[in-house]
Ligand binder design. Sequence first.
Ligand SMILES: [Zn+2]
Length: 80
Amino acid sequence: MKTLLFFILIIFVYFIIKFILNRINQLKEESTQKDAPLMDPTQMVICHKCGVHIPKDEALILVNSNDNDETKYACCTEHG
Ligand SMILES: [Zn+2]
């Protein structure tokens, strides 16, 4: 009889742990979903001439023929 009770207790504990782990995973997923928009704000780039910060989608992308692969951005056509 004692072994049966012990067995039931183990199953009970197993399900509690499983429930807790599921809950933790749920909370993690919720927090990552909440963080996702914050983690991907409008990317800011720096004008290579005046150093002003501009949103990447508004910046002028300069294709440089130099050896370095670093992409340069400009705030306006004058700095382009
Ligand atoms: Zn500039």
